[in-house]
Design a protein. Structure first.
Length: 115
């Protein structure tokens, strides 16, 4: 199936990347986080992707496991933990972390489309 033509040139065009896809391409390389976005808007777009990659199951995670999983992405696990909790993507109680929401099918598709 061919892509629709670019309205400006009339030639076959490419689909424009979404803001999320741009952020993921900028900050994730070879399955690793190259840096934590300084801009809150970009960080807020990236955190659900990090959550879905590192914590796909809706279950309790001990802090040691959270650190190990996040360390596979980036060495600053304390900042990532804090951003996930402050962003209300995970809860923390007595050293136990949990996703606040199960992964949606839409989130799973968006993560898979940019890998």
């Amino acid at each position: 199936m061919s892509e629709p033509p670019n309205p400006a040139t009339g030639e076959p065009g490419r689909r424009r990347l979404t803001e999320l896809e741009k952020v993921v391409r900028s900050f994730l390389r070879d399955g690793r986080l190259v840096s934590i976005p300084a801009k809150p808007r970009k960080r807020d777009l990236l955190l659900p992707v990090i959550l879905d990659r590192c914590f796909p199951e809706n279950r309790d995670y001990e802090e040691k496991e959270v650190n190990m999983r996040l360390a596979l992405l980036h060495p600053d696990v304390a900042a990532l933990r804090r951003y996930l909790v402050d962003g209300r993507l995970m809860t923390r109680e007595a050293g136990i972390y949990r996703r606040t929401k199960p992964m949606t099918a839409e989130a799973r598709e968006s993560v898979e489309s940019v890998e």
